[in-house]
Design a protein around this ligand. Structure first.
Ligand SMILES: [Zn+2]
Length: 104
């Protein structure tokens, strides 16, 4: 499944509820899921639960993007489609482990 297809499935499945809840409350749900993923990464759960938490975080992130009218496929391609947004290399040749590019 492509990112665009995944976003459509999440939108079709939860979009009405998500928009009714609003972006602030949905952010809280997303944050809770990130916390659960952090605990799973810290080794406090089995491999299956780790996979489950990654899927949940991705789904909640996707919901937030939909509420904000952001096409994840498009922004992923725009920002990372050519590799590192800063040095344009794959793999990244920047000094830092993960660099931040100045915002507009
Ligand atoms: Zn780079």
């Amino acid at each position: 499944m492509q990112i665009k297809e995944f976003q459509k499935v999440i939108e079709d499945t939860y979009g009405a509820k998500d928009r009714k809840r609003g972006i602030e409350s949905t952010w809280l749900w997303f944050s809770e899921e990130v916390g659960e993923l952090a605990r799973a990464i810290n080794g406090r759960s089995c491999r299956e639960n780790l996979r489950h938490e990654f899927a949940d975080v991705l789904a909640w992130l996707t919901t937030l993007a939909s509420i904000a009218n952001v096409d994840l496929q498009e922004v992923a391609n725009e920002r990372y489609g050519q590799g590192c947004p800063r040095c344009k290399k794959v793999p990244c040749k920047c000094d830092e482990m993960r660099t931040r590019v100045a915002h507009c």
